[in-house]
Design a binder for this molecule. Structure first.
Ligand SMILES: [Zn+2]
Ligand SMILES: [Zn+2]
Length: 149
């Protein structure tokens, strides 16, 4: 998604602006970790440069050691606990937006669906959706999956 984006949490205490900059396309992750973390069927992520984000309001963080060994920290509103973005120590400088917090989230369609092998069976994907049973293991493979290179 190009251009400046804005969004915030459920209660309005946290607001952010994401300047135009390097970012990947949004994707949907159907892994069981995302299902547990979001309390939902899947999550929508978009990688961006953390330095492009201006965020106001009180945040708190949840911590998790991923099976890959990366330490992940997810930031959300300290009041309403809506989750806004996550970072992990395997990709320094980058953060992953939770796309449902965007003001214009409805304009966004995932460029790819990953971990479809653990997708909940009642979710049907478009016939032309880009899908992967698991997820790319390198940045280059991510970019290939999202059609960037
Ligand atoms: Zn809030
Ligand atoms: Zn996931």
């Amino acid at each position: 998604m190009k251009g400046e984006l804005s969004g915030g949490c459920l209660c309005g205490a946290v607001r952010y602006r994401l300047r135009e900059g390097f970012r990947m396309n949004p994707y949907a992750c159907h892994c069981t970790d995302c299902q547990s973390r979001t309390g939902s069927a899947f999550s929508e992520h978009m990688l961006f440069l953390q330095s492009d984000m201006e965020i106001t309001g009180e945040l708190d963080a949840g911590e998790y050691d991923q099976p890959s060994g990366a330490h992940s920290r997810i930031y959300g509103c300290a009041q309403c606990k809506a989750r806004i973005y996550a970072v992990n120590d395997a990709r320094e400088g980058m953060a992953s937006l939770r796309c449902g917090t965007l003001d214009n989230g409805a304009e966004l369609a995932p460029a790819a669906h990953v971990w479809v092998k653990s997708k909940q069976p009642w979710i049907g994907l478009p016939a032309d959706a880009v899908t992967m049973d698991e997820q790319p293991r390198t940045n280059k493979d991510w970019m290939k999956l999202e059609g960037i290179v």
